[in-house]
Ligand binder design. Sequence first.
Ligand SMILES: C[S@@+](CC[C@H](N)C(=O)[O-])C[C@H]1O[C@@H](n2cnc3c(N)ncnc32)[C@H](O)[C@@H]1O
Ligand code: SF4
Length: 445
Amino acid sequence: MKSTLSTSRLDLATNSLDWVMGQTIKRSLSLKNAVEVDADAKDYIPEKPIETLYIHIPFCHTLCRFCSFHKIKFVEGIAREYFKALRKEIREVIAKGYTFNRVYIGGGTTTILEDELIKTIEMIKSITTVREVSCESDPIYFKEGNPHLLKGLVDRMSIGVQSFDDKILKASGRFEKFGSGLQQAEYVSRAIEVIPTVNLDMMYGFKVQTPESIAWDLEQTIRLSPDQITTYPLTIGIGKNRKKAGSLAGEPNELWPQFLAVKQALGDKYIMEFPWTFSRNFGQPVENKYVLDGEDCFGVGSGAFGRFGEQFNISSFDIPTYIERINAGHSGTCYTKPLEQKALIQHHLMMMMGHGVLDNQQFKAHTGKTLWQAFPLEMSYLHAAGAIKKQGSNYRTTTEGQFIALKMFSGFLAGMDYLREQARELPLSQQQDRELTESVLTCTN
Ligand SMILES: C[S@@+](CC[C@H](N)C(=O)[O-])C[C@H]1O[C@@H](n2cnc3c(N)ncnc32)[C@H](O)[C@@H]1O
Ligand code: SF4
């Protein structure tokens, strides 16, 4: 544990960082300058494959109190209509000439209709040459579903556990539907038997957690021997979800000792790829799994975001509108927004900080500027906070710096929440004037 002096200096540094990030998010991720896509506009098709085709499945069995991802409570009829429209959208995107290296199916809960998921992946594999398919699931699928049917179709499965501690499962609303920590451990071990690469999502920063309880939680996780572990700091966002998630969150200054507990618990058996992702593949280069890691990404489905180059794309967040748009032959993307170069390189700085080395040469090759030219204020701040140390012409991230990168990652998640919140309110000229027949459709968390 660090000295009080060092801890309070870090507190001050991270508190001011929180404030600056809040302001930056509001400014650079505002959708005020988003432009509705003209139905007749010509698509820009890059020559090279786009790294990821992101597919969003916005349905869940249960709506967890901390979560602000785009989802509604599962209704089978709507979900089937949705999958049908989704396959139509994917076929059209491929027919236009877009190509992709990998597919990431996120949610929500992608395994919620196993037959529809299988049909969708089989269709994609039959018309593309993608080399990797990742999905996200809740743990109950591995009790109630037939995961062996996903063999040969899904290469990587990310399962949300969050905690094996029943207190946290109950507080977040996950105990009732997904079972106790002990039961979930059993379902996860079934997943590990059939899926080539399994990631477990764990969370910390909840009110009832302590460094000791986190160490216990991660001990249970390591026992299952997943290939990867993602440890998310509970993010309370800056919008409407703030109240719900905030009621579950501990004090901000508790996060630093908890981060140290995470590092220590996983340090022996897992490699820290980023301060929020750990991998069991010793010595192997690990392809990073988090879809929004700065690489180009094309989003399909309701509530999907995509980014290529300096353009940010947004699909309809209203599920019936999305289905109508696709069935009427329109594109799923309904708004675009130009991204500031500054926001893009700030993302790059977060990834470099998280990765552990700020490589001046690589950065210059990428942006045309040195780190100090691009980030005079940020570099002075990181230096003064003891977050980076000079190493030759580069900088190495210290443990304090890793923590700051983690806070930046949390800021990035909050930024995505902010985008989702604004995107839900965007008017659509193609949206039909009708009442939503099922109140459940507005039941996003
Ligand atoms: C969108 S969910 C999909 C996984 C699956 N539906 C499940 O929960 O079992 C992906 C992960 O995001 C993380 N997450 C959701 N809300 C979060 C929040 N407010 N702060 C940090 N992480 C969050 C959780 O760890 C969750 O497993
Ligand atoms: S964390 Fe909960 S609400 Fe969010 S996507 Fe997963 S199951 Fe759904």
